[in-house]
Design a protein around this ligand. Structure first.
Ligand SMILES: Cc1cc2nc3c(=O)[nH]c(=O)nc-3n(C[C@H](O)[C@H](O)[C@H](O)COP(=O)(O)OP(=O)(O)OC[C@H]3O[C@@H](n4cnc5c(N)ncnc54)[C@H](O)[C@@H]3O)c2cc1C
Ligand code: SF4
Length: 523
């Protein structure tokens, strides 16, 4: 194209026709640029589900752009050589800037520090201006978060969340929080009891269309050795499907979301969660419309406040908060390791081949669907890695690889900060540590497990329980300084020296891989 004014870059997680980068878009002199680059699936060993979702959603968005009459330069992965040494977004853009010679490059603020640095460097090297627009998908900008954080000794979600509720008038009644309380967290911790959840509504699932089937075939050949499988692929891949998934969640699951937000149950991966994170993170859904739909359901009497508030706290609270943490802390955040954890992630995290029933289930389901709900991520897989003492960077790579909703701005603070305490308390006020009894209480599959969550020592001792006490001993000096850990640390005093030695010995055996590994899925 001659005389190109703006080249608008659209990344795989920016699939929104209304994004700020399109403001003032003029089809007669501007064009859109999108690229599927090998490096985006290989810089970490991305799971098949995650690659397929991104590629399918990108190709559907390319169609939407064409339908909207916006000229598009799109690079397909299958038109490149799989062995191409440097198939990166940067390399592709560099070649296209030389070819298309735009006056300016425009993009919406990206979600990944690495990608942003790469693209910025390429644009600057071409002597061009990169215009970065605020991402209107979010309620806040990173500047606003930085202003909130300035001068505070510690950052806590609660104050930030309350500010946003007020500023955006979400769940507010005449200046007061709806129901007279900001937070119904205490009502979000019920379990299903001995009878279990009964019939849970099926997940919203979308039969792969021709475009998605083509992507699945591509991923199965080109990324055959990547983790996971694609048989169950049913994620929303375009805006219409995402809207349908939102409606179905609000109608069928939201009423019980709050009550069972923290619950586990064997064989039930979906429960009352929304499964909307990937649609949100790809920007197929706008965070505002999701919050509005949930508040409207509460106002209409369709969902109780504990569900609406609990859900909105995740989106308006946590989601915005972790984004602020990521962009104000990068790049140093990626390297933080406050507990000096140096163990390797057990190899069975990539297969699910462990005899620990809760981990086997959470990992197998993650590889099969690219999904696990929050308590599985935080208190099953994350907790195990934390107690074992795995390097946070390895844990981060696993989460970034496996989940369909994994984009670094949201994955990294949740993994390194909230789950692994790698940032020394910036995200979480204390390490989230517990014994196997917690997993049992929340409805985990302990009944069918060869271990006993109540045992700390001996052959049948649950590895979580052993490692929990070992964790307290290893970090006693640090944890003793944390008022919120005082009781847990004090309980260490109940253990005799012999018991402590037995715990340490078994913890060492677990670390050597002599406990926990081995049994295949379904064992
Ligand atoms: C170790 C770890 C890694 C995680 N990695 C990711 C990730 O890569 N991408 C991601 O979107 N979420 C991540 N989370 C947060 C959370 O677990 C997922 O958002 C959630 O499980 C997605 O399922 P859902 O859509 O059914 O969520 P629901 O339970 O239905 O929650 C509703 C929505 O709230 C948002 N949300 C909930 N919790 C969080 C949170 N802690 N931080 C930010 N947003 C939140 C999500 O958009 C989610 O869709 C991670 C959590 C942990 C502990
Ligand atoms: S006994 Fe321990 S390892 Fe087994 S399912 Fe329960 S918590 Fe998990």
């Amino acid at each position: 194209m001659q005389g190109l004014r703006h080249l608008v870059l659209v990344l795989g997680d920016q699939l929104d026709l209304e994004a700020a980068a399109f403001d003032g878009f003029d089809a007669s002199q501007d064009a859109v640029w999108m690229a599927e680059a090998q490096e985006e699936s290989t810089h970490i060993w991305s799971s098949k589900q995650r690659i397929a979702l991104f590629l399918s959603a990108m190709r559907h968005f390319a169609q939407a752009l064409q339908d909207a009459g916006r000229p598009l330069h799109y690079h397909r992965l299958d038109h490149t050589d799989a062995a191409a040494p440097q198939d990166s977004l940067g390399a592709r853009l560099q070649a296209d800037l030389a070819r298309l010679a735009p006056q300016r490059v425009v993009m919406t603020a990206p979600g990944d520090w690495r990608v942003f640095q790469q693209l910025k460097a390429v644009v600057e090297a071409a002597g061009l201006t990169l215009q970065v627009c605020d991402d209107r998908h979010f309620f806040t900008t990173v500047r606003e978060f930085a202003a909130h954080a300035k001068g505070r000794k510690s950052l806590r979600l609660e104050y930030f969340y309350r500010e946003l509720r007020q500023r955006h008038q979400v769940l507010m009644d005449e200046g007061e929080p709806a129901g007279g309380q900001w937070n119904f967290d205490a009502d979000n911790r019920e379990t299903f009891g001995a009878k279990g959840p009964g019939a849970v509504p099926p997940r919203s699932s979308f039969e792969p269309d021709a475009l998605t089937r083509e992507v699945i075939a591509l991923v199965n050949t080109r990324f055959a050795d990547h983790p996971g499988t694609l048989q169950s692929f049913a994620w929303p891949v375009n805006r219409a499907q995402a809207l349908q998934a939102l409606e179905q969640f609000v109608t069928e699951r939201l009423p019980l979301f709050g009550r069972y937000e923290d619950a586990l149950w064997p064989g039930e991966p979906w429960l009352y969660h929304s499964h909307l994170s990937s649609a949100l993170n790809l920007k197929l859904l706008n965070a505002r419309e999701v919050v509005q739909a949930v508040e409207a359901a509460y106002r209409a009497g369709h969902a109780p406040l504990q569900s609406a508030e609990g859900f909105i706290r995740q989106i308006l609270g946590w989601r915005e908060y972790v984004r602020g943490i990521y962009w104000t802390q990068m790049p140093g955040y990626l390297e933080r390791n406050a507990l000096n954890a140096q163990e390797e992630l057990p190899a069975w995290f990539w297969t699910g081949h462990t005899d620990m029933a809760c981990l086997r289930e959470a990992i197998t389901q993650s590889l099969e669907h690219g999904y696990a709900h929050h308590i599985q991520r935080l208190m099953v897989t994350g907790l195990y890695a934390l107690l074992l003492g795995v390097r946070p960077q390895q844990v981060h790579e696993w989460y970034l690889s496996v989940y369909v909703d994994a984009v670094e701005w949201v994955e990294l603070p949740n993994t390194l900060g909230m789950s692994q305490y790698g940032d020394g308390g910036l995200m979480a006020s204390k390490p989230y540590v517990a014994t196997g009894k917690y997993i049992q209480r929340m409805g985990g599959p302990c009944k069918g497990c060869r271990y006993d969550p109540g045992l700390r020592e001996g052959d049948k001792a649950c590895p979580y329980t052993t490692l929990y006490w070992d964790f307290l001993m290893r970090h006693e000096a640090l944890l003793a300084k944390n008022a919120r850990m005082a009781l847990q640390v004090k309980n260490l005093g109940r253990l005799s020296e012999e018991q402590k030695t037995a715990v340490r010995q078994r913890a060492d055996a677990i670390r050597r891989g002599e406990v926990g590994a081995g049994a295949g899925a379904g064992a």
